[in-house]
Design a protein around this ligand. Sequence first.
Ligand SMILES: C[S@@+](CC[C@H](N)C(=O)[O-])C[C@H]1O[C@@H](n2cnc3c(N)ncnc32)[C@H](O)[C@@H]1O
Length: 263
Amino acid sequence: MCSDLKKRMDENLETYDEVITDFENLYLFPAEVIVLDRFRDQWSRFDVLDIGVGVGRTAWVFSQNTKSYEAIDYAPKRIDQCHRLFAEAPDRKFSVGDARDLSGYPDGSFDFVLFSYNGIDYIDPEGREAAMAEIKRVLKPGGWFFFSSHSLDVFPFNPPVADKLRGILCPLGHLLRIRKRLKLQWRNRTVDVAEAKGRGWACLVDYADAMMTYYIDPARQVEQLEAMGYRIDATWDTKGRPLGEGIADEEWMIHYLVQKASS
Ligand SMILES: C[S@@+](CC[C@H](N)C(=O)[O-])C[C@H]1O[C@@H](n2cnc3c(N)ncnc32)[C@H](O)[C@@H]1O
């Protein structure tokens, strides 16, 4: 892998450690609500690891009624903030840690591992693979991994049809969206679209603080996960609609719920 790409993606850590006021609202994505409900009778038996916890958006809900809850983030200031926010909940454990090296946890430690809001996409491709392997290692047999990732389907950031229709109703909002997309297109003007689509993934400069971000074709992501031995349980788009049910190629974030084999 190009060392420049790795260097640029490693810089994402500095950005995350500087900007700790983002993701503070407690909004849950529809897929997260579905998963919380799906395991409602099992949380009390689950040991949960929340990776890339940020400033604790998921900690409020994914720690409720669990057998145990631990969270890590590689940005120390985010973990400091979690310690402040959860000072009165000492049973929720927060520490600095990197998804690529979970050596502090023995094999088969957790029933449920979460890496929400595309956190895994800020790791370089090799590191991402290492993180996936580490997560599988620390899961118990039959354990669950729930994460989301940017979809390559939105590249090269052309306006989706729905946006065009909304533009007629709300021209100002439409103009702002066009501006954002033009910015994204300009920032990624050197990326060969056909090559990226052929490979199934690409590292693109995102609008979020211009961080280098991994985008993957959902079908390719499923293949990768299956090759690692995961069973794909469900995939949802940003709005919580199961993939494959006539969803247009305009959803930027895909949620994956996968299970490690039981034996
Ligand atoms: C987009 S934020 C999401 C925060 C939180 N999970 C949420 O859903 O609100 C991604 C988080 O992943 C963390 N992160 C990225 N790469 C990581 C890694 N290799 N190990 C641990 N945390 C990481 C970042 O520091 C950041 O807090």
